[in-house]
Design a protein. Structure first.
Length: 262
């Protein structure tokens, strides 16, 4: 695992965006570059840089196919808190990606299990995901794979914990009862099957999750820890997220990846 430590959130996002843009521009195969994407506050800085680079002609998304991590069950796509809406408002409508290249789970599907199974099949039809960008929750969950979700899990229906609904209630008028109780989510195994996994972790509230992932070993309680089993896993973080790391751990990663610092 690589831990790339940047001074602050903006530099973390700049590094991550540049890394992904370089991967897209270096993709020489005729098949599309397949990119996994998250929602939430963590990737917003990356998406802003995608938009700027696209408008400046530094990257094109015409040969990129995207698969989003998750979607709430029961929210129409045009609902302002759906992840379909989030992605279009914050990224897709501002770049040159073809609409048919965008894949987001449908939380209003008549058969949710079939929707999830077909999502896995579609990912496989492209030869898998080249790079999956993600974030994590304060309890170390990836997508909506809450603590104790199988580390081999695939795309499926997830029950959301009370803690997750409370955290997300800030988008629903601070009322946790308005947050959907279920979501569709890619599995931990879906993410770790990707050729490259790049997670963004920033802020004091994510420091425990970063510590458990980097220093705690593989643990089903912290689904983020599955990255330890991946051959090309990268965590880009800021200084404040490193607050609970041991000093020697922090110094090791600062030293070994010092050329990556912006």
């Amino acid at each position: 695992m690589k831990l790339i430590i940047q001074k602050n959130y903006d530099l973390m996002c700049e590094w991550a965006a540049n890394h992904i843009i370089d991967a897209i521009n270096s993709h020489k195969e005729k098949r599309p570059f397949v990119l996994g994407l998250p929602t939430g506050s963590s990737p917003l800085g990356v998406y802003k840089r995608f938009i700027i680079a696209n408008k400046a002609g530094k990257v094109s998304f015409k040969n990129v196919v995207t698969f989003n991590m998750d979607e709430y069950v029961g929210l129409p796509r045009k609902h302002d808190q759906s992840y379909w809406y989030f992605m279009h408002e914050n990224l897709f409508k501002h770049i040159d990606i073809p609409a048919e290249n965008i894949n987001i789970l449908d939380g209003m599907a008549a058969d949710l299990e079939e929707e999830c199974a077909n999502y896995e099949k579609k990912i496989a039809s492209y030869g898998g995901i080249d790079l999956f960008l993600g974030g994590c929750g304060v309890d170390g969950h990836i997508a909506f794979n809450e603590p104790f979700t199988s580390l081999n899990s695939r795309t499926g229906i997830r029950d959301l914990t009370e803690d997750t609904r409370i955290v997300n209630s800030r988008f629903f008028g601070n009322d946790p009862t308005k947050v959907p109780a279920k979501a569709l989510s890619v599995g931990v195994g879906t993410v770790t099957d990707s050729k490259v996994v790049l997670l963004l972790i920033s802020g004091h509230n994510k420091a425990r999750a970063l510590k458990e992932c980097v220093e705690g070993g593989v643990n089903q309680m912290w689904t983020i820890s599955a990255l330890n089993l991946h051959n090309d896993a990268i965590i880009a973080c800021d200084e404040t997220a490193c607050g609970e790391l041991q000093v020697n751990t922090y110094k090791y990663f600062r030293d070994i990846f010092k050329s990556e610092r912006l």
